[in-house]
Design a protein around this ligand. Structure first.
Ligand code: CAA
Length: 283
């Protein structure tokens, strides 16, 4: 199947990052969110980031214009009717994702592929909200999307080989390295990464070390590009908590229990970079 038009649901940091790499790779993209102010903000951010690439000499002015011409916005899901591929990148909540997939299934072309950027929720379960489980697939990108090379593709119980192949081809056209995972909680990367981030918060909660020293430890002792607490701030504390809840619920193993400090900080609205405060403070 030849993918030309991609409809992206959710204009947050993941959705807008996916939109940016897709328009730069020649896809027509419609970026959706529930309110005009969200899509306008995302569009302005994309324009700013693409302009910065011109300033750095990474792309030409002409390439920038071409990319930006590929982008349009939408606040009405019915605009997904002509899309060949839909990528959902909304809040990590089973029920809300389920409702969106049910609506998309009714709106989209029969042969359209419906993908989710979920980092932990079962693709099989998401697909159960549609009548096209063979065309539902996980396409999990990493933050910041324009920088991180990986696309983790997840095969639900009924995802067809053809759908997997298309997801891989799109990933390659977006310049990503693709890996394939079975539909298992946390897939590959979050199953490994998120318990480490959660453990770093336990270290802090137990008073073993300061925020700065925990991060310095992993940056200088393991060559991580940023420390686990700074990375949690980048990802969003609410996002990490949502993933840990899924891992804990699905595996029932205490090693996945979300750290109480993580819960408290989410309750207090300290979600990281996006709210101006997490383990660090941001302007
Ligand atoms: N969007 C686009 N580009 C960005 C960016 C963003 N949000 N943030 C940084 N960049 C670009 C910069 O423009 C810069 O580009 P050039 O090299 O062309 O100048 C490059 O990235 C490096 O940025 P900086 O020099 O500002 O900073 P840095 O060298 O410290 O790198 C980082 C920043 C890329 C975020 C790096 O610290 C890093 O790789 N951190 C780890 C990120 C990571 O692990 N992400 C995965 C999270 S898990 C996930 O996303 C999955 C999930 O489901 C939760």
């Amino acid at each position: 199947m030849n993918i030309k038009e991609i409809y992206i649901v959710g204009a947050g940091q993941m959705g807008s990052g996916i939109a940016q790499v897709a328009i730069q790779s020649g896809y027509k993209v419609i970026l959706n969110d529930v309110d005009v102010k969200f899509v306008e903000k995302a569009k302005a951010n994309i324009e700013k980031r693409v302009s910065r690439l011109v300033e750095k000499g990474k792309i030409t002015e002409e390439e920038k214009e071409k990319a930006l011409n590929n982008l349009s916005t939408s606040v009405d899901l019915t605009d997904a009717k002509n899309a060949d591929l839909v990528i959902e990148a909304i809040v990590e909540n089973e029920d809300i994702k389920g409702q969106v997939f049910k609506k998309l299934d009714a709106i989209c072309k029969e042969d359209a592929i419906l993908a989710s950027n979920t980092s932990s929720i079962s693709i099989t379960q998401i697909a159960a909200n549609t009548k096209r489980a063979d065309k539902v697939v996980g396409m999990h990108f990493f933050n910041p999307v324009p920088v991180m090379k990986l696309l983790e593709i997840t095969k639900g119980l009924d995802t067809s080989e053809e759908t997997l192949k298309v997801a891989q081809e799109v990933g390659e056209k977006l310049g990503k390295v693709t890996v394939i995972s079975k539909d298992s909680p946390g897939f590959i990367v979050n199953r490994l990464l998120d318990p480490m981030l959660n453990e770093a918060i336990y270290l802090l909660d137990e008073g073993v070390a300061t925020v700065e020293d925990i991060d310095k430890g992993m940056v200088n002792g393991c060559n991580h590009p940023m420390g686990p607490l700074a990375l949690t701030d980048l990802i969003g504390l609410d996002v990490l908590l949502a993933v840990m809840e899924v891992l804990y619920k699905e595996y029932g193993d205490p090693k996945y229990r979300p750290c109480p400090l993580l819960r408290r900080m989410v309750k207090a609205g300290k979600l990281g970079k996006k709210t101006g405060e997490g383990f660090y403070k941001y302007n």
